[in-house]
Write a protein that binds this ligand. Sequence first.
Ligand code: P6P
Length: 336
Amino acid sequence: MTKQYKTLGEFIIENQDSFKYSSGELSRLLNGLRLAAKVVNHEVNKAGLVDILGEAGDQNIQGENQQKLDVLANEKFIQTLKKREIVCGIASEEEDDFISINSFDNQHQNKYVVLIDPLDGSSNIDVNVSVGTIFSIYRRVTPVGTPVTIEDFLQPGVNQIAAGYIIYGTSTMLVYTTGDGVNGFTLNPALGTFYLSHPNMSFPENGNIYSVNEGNYVHFPQGVKDYIKYCQKEEDDRPYTSRYIGSLVSDFHRNMIKGGIYMYPKSSVASEGKLRLLYECNPMAFIAEQANGLASDGKNRIMEVKPTELHQRVPFFCGSRNMVEKAEEFMKNANA
Ligand code: P6P
């Protein structure tokens, strides 16, 4: 008798009533993201075969060359959310400014805004390394029925209603939280259905994996250097294993299952690090905390950082509780 796994659709409906804001709108929103994920997954999986590799010729606001798949993924998620009139606004890594969504009969009646990194780790696309989509959902703070403003997007991470990621890896998974734990769903490509394969995901309190681009070592603050050397010392439970894919979603996902810490520190060449607060760090921090992990900027809880700009960057330390706390201890001592 093969085990019957619950589908993502069934899970969303079952949990809708437990969600304190349950109006069905969040369920429709999550189902919209599920659909877009399947479309993008199809394109990612055939990327090597169709002329969608390589640069689209444009650059995004970060000054990064946009890969065609970046552009395609961005379009697919925005189209899906717009067409279904599920949200009143969208912000994306690939868009300079936020998008206010209004249609004649909708008049901004929806209450959610979504912030998204449509294809994170896109520099890995051409070398066939896994990439991901990251999303973050908030209730708008300005009055329903009016156009959204930047204030609806510049909310601290603690205000998030839901957050999640899709990892396009050896299998495609959708992992998300609405504040009641973290659940992972694996896509059966033959059926086009996501099944609950990883219920109640949780970071092991300790881990032995550290993920950081050590090519930047000489530019790191002393406390980060000290922590990396601690990870390499032959004593107690160390040396740890260094694993760095260069794709946040992939490094995060592996560390959540096996135990580990992901670090993208500030440095002398990147004063605030590289990762974006609103559509990379906050959603991953929400998931991390819901999975008994931690996420900080090296000193403060990421989800309490008050955003000031849509694309602002922040140093990021995220993963197993004890490892993040140890890294913070080294940074505190170095500054003492
Ligand atoms: P570096 C991908 O561009 C990304 O935003 C994350 O997914 C990844 O962890 C990081 O940047 C890699 O950056 O500077 O180490 O190549």
